[in-house]
Design a protein around this ligand. Structure first.
Ligand code: GLU
Length: 446
């Protein structure tokens, strides 16, 4: 049995040399868990780490589809069923050209811990395809989704594996996939979450990840007797998470200084207002356009080919994608006075950036804690579907608040040091690990 941290990390690198994102996620978790594991050796002797790092099942499949000109395309589809110790596999589907097995394994691994933190009974999984919905017509997207679901439907189910959205998969894609699943199985079950509200979707699910991230940031600030009121907030991304994080910051009196997409950063020198927020949402969700189109609107400046991390701020919410914020960016944020970072995306900070934040005692929350609100409301969608009822917006928002607060408490319980500094990385990893690992110990070597 391998028995030092470096030998574990070396064996992961050796086993999956072509999966840098998975190696990175595993290194972050194992490094922060290591002292805890030395104090609790049963986890190591029962092979919990080896088992957590190996998906229970990984499925890859061919997704053939026809474009509007009649040309045949083939993409690769995946579902990584990582861990079902505490509930059925649960996690989103990502459609993006960067998708490969390593990216999905990192996301599925993170999802196991995140889902455990929500307090709800959900295991972890992730899936998707290297298909790029950008520039495709609605009918092309529909044909792709139907083909993807035709194969995926063999591997999922309301009590087995419940996918949802992620980058490139929103209400439109979930709708097409749900329609195809229902048609093939002839049953109306909660097999996907993030459904439209007319067919079983939960109120607040679109808002949940962004709102939850801001609720978490509020808790972090509260631990230093601060609130969001009047704070300058830099946000990256312009998709579902960034949009609702921005709206909640505005509602709580903060100043949103930026949003961004792959073309550059939209800078709002005096803060984003609700009218401009609506324009961004229309542009991104209906017109599927680029942020650059809003350059020159009152109070709006587009900075081409730039991330927003050079802007002076109090709070940073990286809500775009993995590794979008590196060590140099972290240094700029710290030098410019940023006191807190909450990840709306999954693993947006590199390991070196995260280390720098911790070294400078910046309040730093990893995605598995700060962005768990999305999957938490997905869990609430499953409960509502099972009970055949729907809760009001207030009820779901209240539950989301409670869940984010309980995740904060769990992080604080395991992550607070003698001086009162909360290491959220350590706290989230230990709290998530203990729940899953104890269930695995109880269930034997499976
Ligand atoms: N893709 C989201 C995440 O990273 C949500 C998953 C879900 O709702 O199942 O947590």
């Amino acid at each position: 049995m391998t028995d030092t941290l470096s030998s574990y990390l070396a064996s992961i690198r050796k086993k999956d040399p072509d999966q840098p994102e998975f190696q990175q996620a595993a290194e972050e978790v194992l490094t922060s868990l290591w002292p805890f594991l030395q104090d609790n050796p049963a986890y190591l002797s029962q092979g919990i780490l080896e088992r957590l790092l190996e998906p229970e099942r990984s499925i890859t499949f061919r997704v053939p589809w026809t474009d509007d000109q009649g040309k045949v395309h083939v993409n690769r589809g995946y579902r990584v069923q990582m861990n079902s110790a505490i509930g059925p596999y649960k996690g989103g589907l990502r459609f993006h050209p960067s998708v490969n097995l390593g990216v999905l394994k990192f996301l599925a691994f993170e999802q196991v811990f995140k889902n455990a933190l929500t307090t709800l009974p959900m295991g972890g999984g992730k899936g998707g395809s290297d298909f790029d919905p950008k520039g495709k017509s609605d009918s092309e997207v529909m044909r792709f989704c139907q083909s993807f679901m035709t194969e995926l439907s063999r591997h999922i189910g309301a009590n087995l594996d419940i996918p949802a959205g992620d980058i490139g998969v929103g209400a439109r894609e979930v709708g097409y996939m749900y329609g195809q699943y229902k048609r093939m199985r002839n049953e109306f079950t909660s097999v996907l979450t993030g459904k439209g509200q007319t067919y079983g979707g939960s109120l607040m699910r679109p808002e949940a990840t962004g709102f939850g991230c801001v609720y978490f940031a509020e808790q972090m600030l509260k631990s230093r007797d601060k609130s969001l009121d009047g704070l300058r907030v830099v946000i990256s991304g312009a998709g579902n998470v960034a949009q609702y994080a921005a709206l909640k910051v505005i509602q709580l009196g903060g100043l949103v200084l930026s949003l961004s997409d792959s073309g550059g950063t939209l800078h709002f020198a005096d803060g984003l207002d609700e009218a401009t927020w609506k324009k961004v949402v229309k542009l991104k969700n209906q017109e599927r356009g680029r942020l650059e189109a809003l350059d020159g609107q009152p109070g709006v400046q587009f900075i081409a080919n730039s991330t927003p991390w050079h802007l002076s701020c109090d709070l940073a919410l990286p809500c775009a994608t993995q590794n979008e914020l590196d060590e140099d960016d972290a240094r700029k944020l710290i030098d410019n006075g940023c006191i807190a970072v909450a990840e709306g995306a999954n693993m947006p900070c590199t390991l070196a950036a995260a280390d720098l934040f911790l070294e400078h005692k910046t309040l730093y929350a990893p995605g598995k804690a700060a962005n768990a609100g999305g999957v938490a409301v997905s869990g609430l969608e499953m409960s509502q579907n099972a009970m055949r009822l729907s809760w009001t917006e207030e009820e779901v928002d209240q539950k989301l608040h409670e869940i984010m607060e309980s995740i904060h408490n769990a992080c604080s319980h395991y992550g607070k040091d003698e001086e009162g500094f909360i290491n959220y990385v350590k706290g989230a990893n230990i709290a998530g690990f203990v729940k899953v690992a104890d269930a695995m110990l109880a269930q034997g070597i499976v």
